[in-house]
Design a binder for this molecule. Structure first.
Ligand code: SAH
Length: 245
């Protein structure tokens, strides 16, 4: 029997209009789609009704399906001859564990293709009116995961406080206070702008703006829901938004 192909596809941050044409085309012709919690309902509604769909989602504390099991599922569907689509929020290769899936597919000799998606940093920044770089304020961008660093010792805080850069923290909601505190502790200006973008690019997008010293308290009051992205740097004070969502 012919082996199926596995497509590791980025779905973007939420707005279905941010799907690539390629992702949309592959979604329509897949035999089976495995998707996670971050894939928005609007995007799921583009999967044809006859297509088998499997939720393999995980949200940080509650791991529904271990990564290893997901990898094995992909392999077993492909071995049944099915075109298998692994649909992930954002970009598969940015904090998406796409690399681990591909490593196992290679070991199992399964043919595959990785389709990039718009990562949360790009989507949220554009829709919130924040240019991630700007000649006057920021010459580099760092994408950082705040997950697994509960004591904060393993992030290079001394580098993160260097001027004229933009920091984008993924999975940082529960660590927001610690992140702001550590940056101040390592020498960042407490009035450095911070923006928190919740459910970016969707109709429920909310943006909270403040500084390293004010934003944690502000979020404690407002309690914006996950998923959220934290953007830190002078650009986070800009509000160039004019996007109709
Ligand atoms: N591969 C994804 C990231 C997965 S990690 C990508 O490239 O975007 C999950 C984290 O991404 C969330 O905890 C959150 O920090 C961020 N994220 C994803 N979608 C988001 C959205 N629509 N709004 C805000 N943050 C988002």
């Amino acid at each position: 029997m012919k082996t199926g192909r596995v497509y590791i596809v980025g779905a973007g941050p939420g707005d279905p209009d941010l799907l690539t044409l390629k992702a949309d085309r592959l979604i329509r012709k897949a035999d089976v789609v495995l998707y996670d919690a971050l894939v928005s309902p609007d995007i799921l509604s583009r999967i044809p009704e006859h297509t088998e769909t499997i939720y393999v989602g995980k949200r940080s504390a509650s791991h529904q399906l271990p990564q290893q099991d997901i990898n094995q599922l992909l392999i077993s569907y492909a071995n049944k001859g099915l075109n298998t689509l692994r649909l992930k929020g954002g970009d598969p290769y940015i904090f998406g564990r796409g690399g681990e899936e591909v490593e196992d597919l290679i070991k199992a000799n399964i043919s595959f293709e990785v389709v990039p998606g718009i990562t949360a940093a790009s989507g949220c920044a554009s829709y919130a009116g924040i240019p991630l770089t700007h000649r006057d304020y920021s010459q580099s961008v760092r994408l950082i995961t705040a997950h697994h660093q509960h004591d904060g010792t393993d992030l290079p805080w001394n580098e993160l406080v260097a001027p004229n850069q933009t920091l984008v923290f993924y999975m940082g909601l529960s660590g927001l206070s610690r992140i702001c505190h550590q940056l101040i502790h390592h020498g960042a200006n407490p009035s450095l702008p911070v923006a928190l973008v919740s459910k970016g690019t969707t109709r429920e997008q909310q943006v909270l703006r403040g500084t390293l010293s004010t934003l944690p308290d502000e979020q404690a009051r407002q309690n914006l829901p996950a998923p959220t992205l934290i953007i830190i740097g002078k650009v986070a004070a800009l509000d160039l938004s004019n996007t109709e969502i």
